[in-house]
Structure formats: C-alpha cells, structure tokens
Design a protein around this ligand. Structure first.
Ligand code: UDX
Length: 436
C-alpha cells in the first residue's frame, strides 16, 4: 500500500518506518527542510532503540521517502497519517492548529479517495473538526479515521510491531477495510483490531493513559500509607498484583510519573471534562498526588541533615523521566534539582543519555559528571531518580568510599532494604521500611 505520514516527530517516524518494514511504500512529509535533508541522507533524528536499523534498511530498499512537499507526498497515497504536534495550550487543552492547518491543505490538494488518519493524541471531537476542515475545499470523497498510538518510549518499535490491540475509529466500511488490511501483518498473533466510532477511539487513548496514571498515583498513596503504618509496599504490590483483575504491571511506586504523555493526557482529559461541565474528581486527585510525589524524597533528605541543606552537596543518578530514553519532559529529577538548589545545596548529576538535554535547560547551575562514580565525589548523599539498569547493581564499595556519608535516597526502590542494612547504609526508599 502507498502511505503518507505527515509529521516526522517521534510518533510519525516510528509509524512510517514500521509500515515500510511490512512492505508498504511510505512517504514522510515535514515542513522542516533540515530534518527532511538529514532523514533522506540516512541520519536518524530521534533516539529509539531498534528504530535505526529498520530506518536504514527501508531507506536503502526504497520503501521509505522524505519530502517537504505535502502535494508530492500525498499524490499516490491511499492512506494519510497525521502525526503532528498537539501541544497543551494555556488552558491545558490540546492545541489543534497544526492538525487543522494540514487538514485544510489536504482539502485543496486531494483529487481521489483517501483515508486520513488522526494518529496524534487529540481530544474527542477532533475527527469531526478534521473532516470539516478537509471538506471545506475538497472535491473528492474521503474518510477520517481515529487510530490512536499506544507507543511507550524505549520500546516503541516493539509496541508498534506487536501491539496489544489496534483501535480504529470510523463508521465508514470503506475506511475500515483499508485500515484492516494495513494492520493485518501486525496482529497475526491474534491480538485484536477493535473497530469503533471516532469519538470512542479518541476517548480510548485518554482513558488508557489516565487509567495507568491513576494506577501509579494510587500505588504512590499506598506507599505513603505503608510508611505511616509500618507495612512494606513491595509486599502489598505483589499481594494485589497477583489478582488478574488488578494485574502486575504499573504498580510500582516511585517519585511520580513524567514524560510527554501521562501528564499532558491526564490534564487534557480533565479539561475536556470541564468543557462539558463534568468534574472528573479522580483525575484531579491523580494529578495532585503526582505533583507531591515528585518531591517525596525531599523531607526525608532534609530530616537526615537536620533540616539544613545549605552547603550540602548531592550526587543525583538519573535525569530522564524513565530509563532507556533521553527524554526529560516532566522528569521528577528536574523538580528535585530545583528544590535542592533552592535549599542552598549543590548538585552533581549523572545520566547515561539525558545529560545534554538537562544542560540545555539547567545550564551550569549544577555539575555534570562523566561517570556515575565520579558523580559521587565529595557528595553528602546519593539520590536516585531513574531506574537505569546500570544503577541496579552498582559497586557499593566505590559508593561508600566516595560519599561523605553512607546515605542513599532511592526514588525507584532499586535495592533490597535488608541488604542495604547489612552493608550499613542509611537507606530510604518509597513505601518500604527505612533504615537508619
Ligand atoms: C506512555 C504509555 O505507556 C503509552 O502507551 C502512551 O501511548 C504514551 O505514554 P511513556 O510515557 O513512554 O508511555 O512511558 P511509560 O513506560 O508508560 O511510563 C510513564 C511514567 O510512569 C514514567 O515516568 C514511569 O517512571 C512511571 N511509572 C510507570 C511508574 O511510576 N510506575 C509504574 O509502575 C510504571
């Protein structure tokens, strides 16, 4: 099939490359000429494990093309994916101007039947708006489909190639048939393609992410309770997660969720609810809990240093909002850095991928260590904010020699409490017994 993907950001590039991998001819369109030149010459513009190999192969085998011309890009396409940015506006709702502008242009350009697919996460009712924007100038038949993505950063290729489910929102039989054919190679193992109307598909995306965020905030509150009652959240997590109705995944307490999706999507769903005069109380609480959770370790750290962090120096491991990405959007580490600096402390950081991104924002207010162990030099304590694998089995001898105090504040529950006790650490984590 001939496909066009408009927008070569994270979602667009993964979508385009993965469709090319199953034999389709894919043209990706972007207004950024620099980016298009880079991509056409084989330089990938995002970091996503496994993507580069597929990208290079499909480029070489001429199934993947890049252009700045929407007109050339869509000429022979049967399906056009819109993977454009929908940044949060000042009031928390998604800004649709990029999507609607392209829709309007498509109306002018299309000369035969095409399926236009909303791939970006967009509020309920967007398919209707896109349809209206195209129809304003369009002389041919077309259908607009909502087909939300469920890609996790770091495993996006796998999520795309072997999805748990594909959601296709349209009431048009013609569009359903085209989309069904396109996705058939991805659901061979029997995972479902779920057909529904556009609005339900749009809401499914927000509901999925908001539910997962709720699970996390719920566990973060259980963790607080565990500490107050003297229980261990690891045990409670296992105890409830083995019930199939609850499930084992996304029950890990920590210092809050971050990233480009959960914070934005939860906020947007609250905003959509407000727009129809509904107060989505649970989600307001989910956001509130998450805001507090980012600074969960701070009172513990302050208490250890007799509520005086002035002149103290901290080593911070982990900056990305989660492992295997350089993405620092809404990363808890940034909030911790701000709070420590505000309290008069200094900070030295290490992250395997995200240092450059943090440097752009935080600049020289903190020190960037070249190695996870040099980061510890002269530090009064170690704080862990991201669960990168390289932090999971560190050389504890090196840690205790470098640190001034044998103190670790772990926002991701990486180590066994009993083991830390044996080694003589002051170790505090989230929702588990602390040892002094
Ligand atoms: C998410 C969704 O999983 C994906 O389906 C969607 O389309 C985009 O948003 P992503 O933001 O890449 O993906 O990250 P994910 O792996 O889901 O983690 C989100 C956040 O939740 C991270 O900050 C992570 O640290 C946190 N988290 C996750 C927890 O605190 N506890 C958990 O048990 C799981």
């Amino acid at each position: 099939m001939k496909i066009t993907v408009v927008g070569t950001g994270y979602v667009g590039l993964v979508t385009g490359t993965c469709f090319a991998e199953t034999g389709n001819e894919v043209t990706c369109v972007d207004i950024d000429a620099n980016k298009v030149a880079k991509l056409s010459s084989g330089q990938i513009t995002i970091y996503e494990p496994g993507l580069e190999k597929l990208f290079e192969r499909n480029l070489k085998e001429q199934r993947l093309f890049f252009t700045t011309s929407l007109e050339d890009g869509i000429r022979d396409a049967e399906v056009i994916f819109l993977a454009l940015p929908t940044p949060p506006g000042a009031d928390g709702s998604a800004d649709l101007s990029f999507v609607l502008k392209v829709a309007e242009q498509l109306g002018h350009l299309m000369t035969d039947y095409k399926v236009i697919v909303d791939k970006s996460t967009v509020p309920v009712g967007t398919a209707e708006k896109v349809t209206a924007a195209i129809a304003r100038n369009c002389k041919t038949a077309f259908d607009v489909v909502s087909n939300p993505e469920f890609l996790r950063e770091g495993v996006a290729v796998d999520d795309f190639m072997k999805p748990d489910r594909v959601v296709i929102g349209t009431n048009s039989d013609r569009a359903r048939k085209v989309m069904g054919e396109l996705y058939a190679p991805f659901v061979r193992q029997g995972n479902p393609v779920i057909y529904m109307d556009e609005k339900s598909a749009e809401l499914t995306k927000y509901a999925a992410n908001s539910f997962l965020a709720t699970k996390i905030s719920f566990m973060n509150e259980i963790a607080v309770l565990c500490e107050k009652l003297g229980a261990d959240v690891d045990m409670v997590r296992r105890g409830i997660g083995s019930d199939d109705r609850i499930g084992k995944r996304f029950l890990f307490p920590g210092i809050g969720y971050g990233g480009s999706c959960f914070p934005k999507d939860v906020q947007a769903l609250v905003k959509s609810s407000e727009d129809v005069q509904y107060d989505f109380r649970i989600l307001n609480a989910v956001m509130d809990v998450n805001e507090k959770q980012k600074l969960f370790l701070l009172p513990k750290i302050a208490a250890y240093f007799n509520n005086d962090l002035k002149g103290k120096h901290f080593a911070l491991w982990g900056l990305a909002f989660k492992p295997n990405t350089d993405d620092i959007r809404e990363a808890p580490a940034l909030y911790i850095i701000d709070a420590l600096l505000a309290a008069g402390a200094t900070v030295s950081v290490f992250d395997p991928e995200a240092m450059a991104n943090v440097k752009q924002i935080v600049g020289d207010k903190i020190t960037y260590a070249e190695h996870q162990y040099t980061c510890l030099e002269k530090a009064d304590a170690l704080i862990i904010a991201t669960e990168w694998s390289v932090f999971r089995t560190p050389d504890f001898h090196k840690i205790s020699t470098a640190l001034k105090n044998k103190a670790i504040f772990d926002g991701r529950n990486l180590f066994e409490v009993a083991r830390m006790k044996e080694m003589g650490y002051h170790y505090e984590s989230v929702g588990r017994p602390s040892i002094a």
